[in-house]
Design a protein around this ligand. Structure first.
Ligand SMILES: Cc1cc2nc3c(=O)[nH]c(=O)nc-3n(C[C@H](O)[C@H](O)[C@H](O)COP(=O)(O)OP(=O)(O)OC[C@H]3O[C@@H](n4cnc5c(N)ncnc54)[C@H](O)[C@@H]3O)c2cc1C
Length: 381
């Protein structure tokens, strides 16, 4: 069932086996309960930190595992097969928090925060979206000004994954008003910075064991050296970060799709109607065949995009992988629930949770519409 469609090296295969074992033995037993109680998986996160899964691509010099993007994507996929909430908690820390800090941070900020994120049990987040600016992120209103050797930030961010539990956030703020996206900068904000405040947890339809909150900045002060890259280059840093991170959402989608297929096949073989298991009916067989074929295509595209690392084409490939894998996973969950009939509409069956969890994959880190715009822009420039 978990047919491989890409050649993996030994390290990647071993990592896959290790994460799969961990996910099945340590995460799966509590997945349904945490979903029901909207409970953040604190203990699981602590164990993942010990396994090196929170700083997978962080250089060893900063206590990271220094693994490649494909190995990271495989880990996200395995976690998502068992619990998409855990997968997004982990992927956000790795890709939209650690990665821009390791790529664009000063030595001071890297030394101050990366070892804690990579191996110290801390998790992080990324603050781009605001109540009035989602897809049009460049119209953000949050501002920051330099006062002496500190940045002073004022404004608000919305929908921030890991908001209440994150220790460090990469926050985008306008440092030169009137300069459009050229006036936006990226700044690392520790959660204990004066003037930093977290909003209440959002009541989401899915990913209920992940945490999503607003963040507020009331003259929030952080050291000047916590700026990433140069002043005014923050929007480019944010776009480069998303180019890189979308492969993680593609991998999350592949993991959910894999599980939806497994559940559909298993249910179709057990459920008898008209004297035979429903798997014998051609209409059901065709659904399963399409789900499996789209899964192989989504996984191959995702692994291919991940294997391009940070090359110039990697951004477009990651958008294509995210677009295809997320829409395919949504179709798969829809069909898998259909195969479950009325039982699929009941929370006693895992497919009901997957159907809710998968819905966000075509929305966050850029909607499907935005991915199509990014891909077309690459091809027509
Ligand atoms: C669970 C969850 C976790 C999230 N985590 C984070 C996080 O950690 N950090 C963060 O910064 N953000 C986060 N987000 C925000 C997420 O990235 C945004 O919701 C997403 O980018 C879409 O923005 P929006 O919701 O404002 O929708 P809008 O931008 O208002 O879009 C609404 C609809 O209009 C469409 N649309 C908009 N503009 C165009 C256009 N030009 N052409 C065609 N269609 C268009 C969109 O595709 C969409 O279908 C999260 C959101 C959720 C729900």
């Amino acid at each position: 069932m978990s047919e491989l469609t890409f050649e993996l090296n030994e390290e990647q295969q071993l990592l896959r086996e290790e994460v799969r074992r961990f996910a099945v033995e340590r995460i799966r037993p509590g997945t349904a309960e945490r979903d029901k109680n909207h409970e953040f998986p604190k203990d699981i996160i602590a164990e993942m930190a010990e396994m090196g899964l929170l700083g997978m691509m962080v250089p060893e010099a900063y206590d990271g595992a220094e693994m490649d993007v494909l190995t990271y994507a495989i880990a996200v996929e395995e976690l998502a097969t068992v619990c998409p909430s855990v997968a997004v908690t982990m992927s956000v820390t790795n890709s939209v928090c650690c990665w821009p800090i390791q790529e664009f941070g000063s030595d001071e900020v890297k030394e101050a925060v990366l070892p804690e994120l990579a191996a110290g049990g801390a998790i992080g987040g990324f603050g781009l979206t605001e109540p009035g600016s989602g897809s049009d992120a460049g119209s953000m209103k949050t501002v920051a000004r330099l006062e002496g050797d500190e940045w002073v930030i004022d404004g608000e961010k919305a929908w921030i994954t890991n908001g209440a539990y994150g220790k460090y956030f990469v926050v985008l703020a306008r440092t030169s008003p009137g300069k459009g996206t050229q006036g936006i900068s990226a700044i690392v904000v520790p959660s204990d910075a004066p003037g930093f405040r977290v909003g209440g947890s959002e009541e989401k339809m899915g990913l209920k064991a992940s945490n999503t909150t607003a963040l507020y900045f009331d003259s929030c002060r952080v050291p000047a050296s916590y700026l990433l890259g140069e002043e005014g280059k923050g929007f480019r840093i944010a776009m480069a970060t998303l180019d890189h991170s979308r492969v993680g959402i593609a991998a999350q989608s592949v993991g959910i799709h894999q599980r939806a297929l497994e559940l559909a096949v298993s249910y179709a073989k057990e459920r008898v109607q008209f004297g035979v298991p429903i798997a014998k009916h051609q209409a059901i067989q065709f659904k399963i065949a399409s789900m499996a074929t789209e899964l192989a295509a989504a996984r191959t595209l995702t692994y291919y995009a991940a294997s391009r690392g940070h090359s110039p084409e990697a951004g477009r490939l990651a958008s294509q992988a995210k677009l295809y894998a997320s829409e395919a996973a949504n179709r798969a969950c829809w069909e898998a629930l259909q195969i479950h009939g009325g039982n699929g509409f009941c929370e006693d069956y895992e497919i009901a949770r997957l159907y809710r969890d998968v819905r966000i994959t075509t929305i966050y880190e850029g909607t499907s519409e935005m991915q199509r715009m990014v891909i077309a822009r690459h091809l027509t420039r």
